[in-house]
Design a protein around this ligand. Sequence first.
Ligand code: SF4
Length: 401
Amino acid sequence: MKHVDEYRDGKLAGAVARRIAAEALPGRDYYFMEFCGGHTHAISRYGIEDLLPGNIHMIHGPGCPVCVLPIGRIDHAIRLAALPKVTLCTYADLMRVPASRGASLLKAKAAGADIRMVYSTLDAVRIAENEPGREIVFFAIGFETTTPPTALAIRLAEKKSLQNFSVFCNHVLTPAAMAAILGDPDAKAEDAIRVDGFVGPAHVSTVIGTAPYVFCAEQYGKPVVIAGFEPLDVMQAILMLVRQINEGRHEVENQYIRAVTAAGNRKAQAEVEAVFELREAFEWRGLGEVPFSALRLRETFAQYDAERRFPVATEAAHDNPACECGAILRGVKKPAECRLFGNACTPETPVGSCMVSAEGACAAHWTYGRFREHISAASAAGPLPAPEAGEGIRTTRRAAS
Ligand code: SF4
């Protein structure tokens, strides 16, 4: 299939892997964070780490929108769904994310709340149009990629003069999260992570372009290479990062030229700008409160803002203390370092959000068997159950550096 097969070519991947091994300096280590869950998924699925020399370390970033949503926002959505006449529309991933006290949207639905899975924002608008007696609240989450469709839905609701449509807005911003990772002066010693460069977002960058990452290079001296989600995209990006570091450069480069431009999609940006404004701060799972890292509806669109329209009580919510999602999303730990991984926590029985979403690091490691090397290393600590066979499972092995 065009635009797929050529980016999964095994011979080419072997050639790029040999180039990376030849160019990575044996006397140093390279720590690269792949920001997106899509990259984490590709790295796990195609065994990319197995093809890298041992001194190149991939760190999973916070780029999974379901994973970074704090538990309090799920609680909030459940409270909205419990209001009379409210129908909460949401994407499927969110249904199983654990909320406080063992709750979830799926359990709330089973208990009688009107919660419906939709495939697009326009599905929610259509429901509002067809059911004027109900209040339709769309649970909007995601990075810059999914924000324009939410803006369009609000504009469409306005055009149709719908009085019963609103949005529970949880859209977050990628550059702000990268800044939080690079510049957290409060990071405790055990939380300090070394990031030498970023494999930058793919889909997000089709919307915002490459310019918003320049601060990483200019303020923090960290290279960024925007990369597509296919395995050869990721490998080429790693090679480009190695070259930047070896040459003492720190620039924003674009590997994903078939989809990303410097300016991004100006039409989508204009739609977002018209409807949303910055929140002063927003809580992220793993990163805590990050300034100017999320969006809310502008005053002009207040009637479509579910938070203003349906004030519900909120209370402090806490993740399961045994769940290491926060540390994984900060890049401090790997999934297999969580003691619940593969025991209490599997995709069938997720304890944390990183095991629910297909983009979550825990789900990716479990699905593609990326934990086996950790199991062998940790066998002294007690056996873990054998994984179910799954696509792409293979013995993990690193190529010699
Ligand atoms: S394995 Fe489960 S409990 Fe552990 S960090 Fe991942 S999602 Fe949380």
